[in-house]
Structures are given as structure tokens and as C-alpha cells.
Design a protein around this ligand. Sequence first.
Ligand SMILES: [Zn+2]
Length: 321
Amino acid sequence: MLTRSIAILVSLLLASHFASAKAAEPVSDGHVHILSPELIKIWKGLGIPFSRSDEYYSDIDVIIQNTAVRRIDLISMAHVYSSQEFGGFKNERELVERENAYVAAARDKHPQKVRAFCSVDPLREYALAELGRCRTQLKMDGIKLHHNANQVYLTVPEHLEKVKKVFEFAAANKLPILMHFDNSHRRFGKPDIDLLIGSILGDVGPVELRIAHFGTSGGFSQRTRGFLNAFIEKLNTDPKLDKHKITFDISAVALDKDSEGIRKLTDDEFAVLARYIRRLGLSRIAFGTDYPLYTPKEYMDILRRRVKLTEREFNLMLKTK
Ligand SMILES: [Zn+2]
């Protein structure tokens, strides 16, 4: 009897030892940016401050070292060249092509570790041609859309048509889409979700869609909650979504520092965020950092200490999706 109790005690001790030793680690980071030296130079020229040396943003070896995970999705920022912030370039298309090529070349240096996402303004007349070039010549692995930088409104029929073409391209070529959906309009939310599902996802073949930053532009505001409420309702009731793989990218949501005019979360907001994460379901959440905003290590630390997810929940979230 005594030996049996000792055996149980020993196995309990071992179990707790292994449980504490096995903290969840992210295998991949689904939202990592790289900027070409050319883009950094233009941005600096506009007075945008860069707090670190250029290599932190532009050198794939440094980025791989800093992110320190097995796989990263490297996201092009070529879409910014047509944003209002930049004020227009005569050679815009050339700059877009060069930026996407830079991201593809970074991937080519580490093909086992890196997937490259091609970015394009879906409203430009060259959008599909550039996506085609990204696919066939550059062999890129995914598509990035940024509805805020490019001021894309699904409520405008021509915009809707153009975005739909991108989704059709993604479905035909089996390319995942990372979409920054928020366009900063004060009424952005349910009407846009209804159009995305009713007029795009309902018609196109299966796509893998990752919605950046939980639907808005970073942070976790009332707007983000409104967006998630409307999307969760659709996920629970609309069979049009069943054929698609839809996940929510948590990058830049759990902010513990103010960033680009977006306020960090209060303790209460971190707690509400935890509730929303559980409502969405951990398997619908894609881990990403929006590097250079955070490294995976820094962001995991915030999710642990501030959002207070459990190790079991981490493991569900971090499972390769
Ligand atoms: Zn981003």
C-alpha cells in the first residue's frame, strides 16, 4: 500500500514537473512585416519615426533571429504606395512590383521558414496583373489586403466588385488572404460583414481568410467588440461560411503600449478581450505579432500576463492552422 502511494506521489510530482516545464511556444507567426530599404527611405522622408536601425525592418536574417519561431508569414507593405499618406508616385506600379519582389526574395533566402504574402491595392487597375505576377513569377504564397491604407469600401459597388475579383483569384490559386478589413469609416462593421459574406464569400470557392487585428485597426475598442459580435453571429448562423477557413489574427490587439495613435488596453479591457477570445474559440484565432510591433516572445508574454490565457488555451491557439 505504502509503495503504491509513493508511486502515485512520484507520478503526480513528475506530471506537475512536466506540465510546468512545457509552456506553450508559438511555432509560427502569421503576421510579420518586412520593409525594403527603399520603402524605409521614403517613409523617413515623410517624417515617420523609426525607432530602430534599418536592419530590424529590412533584413530577413535579423527578422528571423528576432522572431525566433519555426515559420513566419512575411507580409509585404506594397499597398502603401497608393495610400493617401504617400501623396502619389508617378512610378507607383514599379515601386509596388519592387516591394513585392523584395519580400519574395527574402522568402527565397529561407524557403523552409518563410511564406511570402503579396500586397496590392485592390482598387488599382493593375491589381490582378500584379497578383498574377506575384503568383507565377515570384511564386508568392498569399495575399495581403489593407482596406484602411487603400480606403476600400465594400459599400461602394465598384469596390465590392474589385475585391471580389481578388477573392476569386485567391480561391482559384489556393492562396490565403490576410485582410485588414477596417477602413476607418465610423460606420464600418456589420454592413461590411454582411457584404463580405453575402456578396463575396457566398459566391466564391473555398478560401482561407485571416482577418487582421480581430477586424479593426489594432487595440480592443468598442468598435472591435461590435465587429466581433456581428461576425460571431454570422459564424453561428450563416451556412455560406462553412466551406471557408476563417480565422482572426490577434496581432496588435492586446496592446500594452500605445501604438500609432491606438491606446493600450486597461486591465478591464484585457479581461474582456479574454472573454471574446473564448467566445470566438481558440481554434479560430491565429497567432501573429505585426512585427516590428512586437516579437513573438514579447507578445506571448502579454497574452500570458495580461490576457491570462491558460497553457491549454495557448496550445489550442498555437496549433498550426
Ligand atoms: Zn500589419
